[in-house]
Design a protein around this ligand. Structure first.
Ligand code: QAP
Ligand code: CO
Length: 184
């Protein structure tokens, strides 16, 4: 098991479309397990493979209080949507920012589980929000895109600035290699 690096908005990879999984082999199962570990460690309630730089249609969700009800969705598809609801959302790829987003209130979704078994569920409440948020990632969308351009730009600028500061800190922590001076 491993903790994976989570991409931060506005990374261009977050806007690419993920490809359907053809065979659930050990590599896919390891990715599912690593994604779950990464989500729990964050901690978060949902994570899409796109966020860990894997353009595969895989997402993990656990909205339970005890963090013991992992749901794995491979090649998820929404087959029915009903109503609308506005909920506060956040995202591991948009750390520290939360805002209201309007989505369908209930969704019927079909997907394959970690063993390749098809399941279909009717989701409402937080689970419905999370499923739509994660499927958006697989289609290259981040919740920030639903906010006003003003809000979206503010978030983008702050995250770019923070990333630069983090990179600078990491660079400072790297010991400078002494370069042998070339004698004339
Ligand atoms: C998507 O998001 C979601 O800003 C999952 O600093 C969120 O797990 C669906 C997180 C809300 C529905 C409602 C965010 C962790 C986790 C942060 C997450 C942060 C640390 C977000
Ligand atoms: Co997200």
């Amino acid at each position: 098991m491993a903790i994976l690096d989570v991409l931060t908005f506005p990374d261009p990879l977050l806007h690419r479309t993920a490809e359907a999984v053809k065979i659930i082999d050990n590599k896919v199962k390891k990715l599912v397990d690593d994604m779950a570990e990464t989500m729990y460690e964050a901690p978060g309630i949902g994570l899409a493979a796109t966020q860990v730089s894997e353009l595969k249609r895989i997402m993990v969700i656990d909205i339970s209080e005890e963090k013991n009800q992992l749901r794995v969705f491979i090649n998820p598809e929404i087959i029915k949507k009903e109503g609308t609801a506005i909920n506060e959302e956040g995202c591991l790829s948009v750390p520290g920012f939360y805002d209201k987003v309007e989505r369908a209130e209930t969704v019927m979704v079909t997907a394959l589980d970690r063993e390749g078994q098809r399941f279909t569920i009717n989701a409402s409440g937080l689970l419905a929000v999370c499923i739509q948020h994660e499927i958006d990632h697989l289609d290259g969308h981040v919740f920030v895109e639903y906010l006003s351009p003003l809000k979206a730009n503010r978030i983008k600028n702050k995250l770019v600035k923070r990333q630069r500061e983090l990179e600078r800190e990491m660079d400072m922590a790297t010991p400078r290699r002494r370069v042998a001076s070339v004698r004339a």
